[in-house]
Design a protein around this ligand. Sequence first.
Ligand code: ADE
Length: 233
Amino acid sequence: MRIDVLTLFPEMFESPLDCSILKRAQDKGIVEIALTNIRDFATDNYRKVDDKPYGGGPGMVMMPGPVFDCFEYVRKLAPQKGPVILLTPQGQKFDQEKALRLSAEKRLILISGRYEGFDERIRIGLDADQISIGDYVISGGELAAMVIIDAVVRLLAGALGDEDSPKDDSFSAGLLEYPQYTRPEVFRGMKVPDILLSGDHAKIAQWRRRQALQRTEQLRPDLLGESKDKEKK
Ligand code: ADE
């Protein structure tokens, strides 16, 4: 997969992309991630990329010119096609299902905005999807793009050490994950449940499933309404 990010702050991505799973996935050639600075496509001497909103109001709006020029440059960097995604609190809410869908694409082009938002002609002209990472406002789309990159890349084949781990993640079966334990067997008086020490894999699987259901019921009952496993409850 190739992921292009159009941003005014490419330096914000450096450390997250240079650690752990994202670094390893790039080193192994599973994903190629390219950052392009929208400001490099400003046309005036001040490298201006935003302006006051028509009709008045607070804040500044990202101008269409630099974003379009940057996009047209980036698109030609590679032959693969894929969705163009604007990060904005007005977008559809990101979740594990969307991450899975995006992980099947050959390419993603993510556009991170700053200021009060994008000139509407950016969304229309680039035929872009809009994604939000949640019902709150952060200072720009960069952190949102990083969340999406991380959630998508860890689903790509070979990105995680243990091939089985993503399917057990919270949400992947529409449920939260079951409780996990590691050594020591007793920690500050709290003991690992006997069943996990029994070696009986069928019983363990059954226990984990029950725990996942119980936990979801307790902490996120809204998920059970959506769970594909609901009827098996
Ligand atoms: N930019 C600002 N807030 C955002 C959010 N919640 N999701 C995506 N992009 C954003």
